[in-house]
Design a protein. Structure first.
Length: 396
């Protein structure tokens, strides 16, 4: 389908988008370096929070791209290129993880030989929880994700020129393979960077929890960008309320799915009442964390659930933008809740700090800057995709 047939006319995004992104990125990096000089332990925990959040957005977006190919979906084709741009942070994971490798002694008590020598549980888990194996397996995971990103995105962009349907067939195969690998690797990342911060605690469902977080926030960012770009004439005018409805229903579905996984994990461990299982929740039910835990129930489930429950809200661009922004903000609070209480487990005292605001600036800046650069070089719409014509005929 040509650009004219799709109603899409490539327009340059405002230069201010890239400028704002670059300013936020530079400011975040500068403040982040300062925070490491002032309080390296606290900076490590804050950096890990933002790094996990960026992983959720980046790899979650690549998952959405792959899911479209694997499922043969047509309604999402007008939005796929947006997800591709949002997944552009994936190749940077291998670089951004380096500071965390140098901060492992602050983040993980199992890296302390003295602590391991006096703890039978840590000794039993040392075959898996040791620095060389940790670094090797996570580097391999980030390299695998990067390889799939370049292969799938390259085929998608080549199709804008050639309109070759074989490229779609290739991406279907790669996407199916990626989804299978993603299911395993996102669990490993959740076990390594989050669960091992409390090494006596374990949950077999924890990988699914991070999966839900990743897809949910990726959908929210996709919805926010897509609605704004459509309203301002950067995407096709053929996008209708039916397309928005599908975005809204998916955000609603993952609101419920996240709550189901979170409650299932909590309920089973509360009912079992085993010391090695409840320690995770005991720490999150003391001091200020008790109020943050209660706030998450309201802000991360009840509010988005009520916002997206009515059918009308799923087709209302203004409501979709508000719901997406809400989810994006409180998804960060969820990741913060996953990471920061573990400071106490690793011998540090928690207190609210200005450092918590530094690294999120860099995350927002990186996403905006990458999006601006890629939108300048590529179409915002996958004009060569053979499914694009059928996507305009999509009806609920």
């Amino acid at each position: 389908m040509s650009q004219i047939e799709s109603g899409y006319v490539k327009k340059e995004l405002p230069k201010s988008l890239g400028t704002i992104g670059a300013i936020l990125l530079i400011a975040g990096i500068a403040l982040g370096i300062t925070s490491y000089l002032v309080d390296p332990a606290r900076a490590a925990f804050s950096y890990l929070t933002s790094f996990i959040y960026l992983i959720c957005i980046g790899i979650g977006s690549l998952f959405l791209v792959s899911l479209e190919y694997a499922a043969g979906a047509v309604w999402s084709v007008p939005f796929r290129r947006v997800s591709e741009f949002l997944a552009a942070s994936v190749p940077f994971f291998i670089i951004l993880v380096i500071p965390l490798f140098f901060s492992m002694h602050n983040l993980f008590i199992w890296t302390n030989p003295i602590a391991v020598a006096h703890d039978k549980v840590l000794q039993q888990r040392s075959t898996y929880l040791n620095i060389p194996f940790f670094v090797i397996r996570d580097v391999i995971i980030f390299l695998i994700w990067t390889a799939f990103y370049f292969i799938i995105i390259k085929n998608s962009r080549k199709q804008d020129v050639s309109a070759d349907q074989k490229l779609t067939s290739r991406n279907i195969k790669f996407s199916i393979a990626f989804i299978v690998i993603f299911a395993f690797t996102i669990s490993v990342i959740s076990f390594d960077w989050l669960m091992s911060m409390t090494p006596h605690w374990f949950s077999t469902i924890f990988g699914v929890y991070l999966f839900a977080d990743s897809v949910w926030v990726a959908l929210a960012v996709l919805t926010l960008f897509s609605v704004i770009l459509t309203e301002r004439g950067y995407l096709s005018p053929k996008i209708r309320s039916d397309h928005y409805y599908s975005l809204g229903i998916l955000m609603f579905a993952f609101t419920v799915f996240w709550a189901y996984i979170a409650f299932s994990q909590y309920m089973l461990q509360w009912y079992g009442n085993l010391p090695e299982e409840i320690v995770y929740y005991v720490h999150r039910w003391t001091g200020v964390w008790k109020y943050i835990s209660l706030a998450l129930v309201i802000t991360h489930f009840i509010v988005p659930f009520l916002l997206l429950l009515p059918r009308g809200s799923k087709t209302n661009p203004g409501m979709l933008k508000f719901a997406a922004i809400w989810i994006i903000i409180f998804q960060f609070l969820d990741v913060y809740w996953l990471v920061m209480p573990s400071m106490v487990d690793n011998g540090f005292t928690y207190s609210f700090s200005w450092i918590d605001f530094t690294f999120p600036l860099a995350v927002v800046g990186l996403i905006l800057w990458l999006f601006s650069v890629l939108a300048k070089k590529n179409n915002l719409l996958a004009v060569g995709d053979p499914k694009l014509k059928r996507s305009w005929e999509f009806h609920i």
